[in-house]
Design a binder for this molecule. Structure first.
Ligand SMILES: [Zn+2]
Ligand SMILES: [Zn+2]
Length: 201
């Protein structure tokens, strides 16, 4: 690939390339953190408009989703805007996931892009506003929630993945086997036995 590699490399060894995260500046992308803070005072001092950018590593997402082998740090390109005691944080999240295909069990990488749009306040009680204590909020739990919502629960390495042979376990995307799968599956065999008894001779 001739595209220069801007890599955010976490401990888990999965790197995001420039292809997967065109919006994030290289200066912030070099640093991977475990927190991404929204600071109300900093926002106020900045005139109520503050960019929040960074790359957060949330290994728990892979730990809690068995179809996710691992994921790269999540590149966050967000903008915080304060109005009337409420801070709205909007933007994009991007990462690269390594899934285990739910049919053939092979691992494959897939980019993930999600919109982020959450509101926070220290004092305004409203249904769609997260009421927070203190002048800083760690956005990581909210980022985790958004990513968990867009993760594929039955990932497929490709739409027409042929899966594994139920008899010999061959990956049918790579090889054909000569197994007679319809008969060899004991559940079907039992069913066929029943059906043939019912059939008039
Ligand atoms: Zn597959
Ligand atoms: Zn087979």
């Amino acid at each position: 690939m001739s595209v220069p590699m801007l890599s955010i490399q976490g401990d888990n060894g999965l790197a995001l390339t420039r292809l997967h995260m065109p919006r994030i500046l290289s200066s912030v992308a070099n640093e991977v953190t475990s927190l991404l803070l929204l600071d109300f005072r900093e926002l106020h001092d900045a005139g109520d408009v503050l960019p929040i950018q960074g790359a957060v590593d949330i290994p728990r997402i892979a730990a809690e989703n068995q179809q996710v082998i691992r994921l790269a740090p999540i590149a966050c390109d967000l903008m915080a805007i304060g109005t009337a005691g409420i801070c709205r944080v909007r933007g994009h999240l991007e990462t690269l996931l390594r899934y285990e295909c739910s049919r053939c069990l092979e691992e494959y990488d897939s980019p993930l892009v999600a919109n982020f749009d959450e509101q926070f306040s220290e004092r305004v009680r409203q249904d769609d506003v997260h009421l927070v204590e203190g002048s800083q909020v760690d956005l990581t739990p909210y980022i985790e929630e958004v990513v968990n919502l867009v993760i594929d629960f039955r990932p497929l390495c490709r739409d027409d993945c042929q899966g594994l042979c139920s008899v010999c376990g061959t990956n049918l995307n790579d090889h054909r086997c000569n197994c007679d799968r319809a008969v060899q599956d004991p559940r079907w065999a039992a069913l066929e036995g029943l059906l043939s008894k019912d059939e008039p001779e």
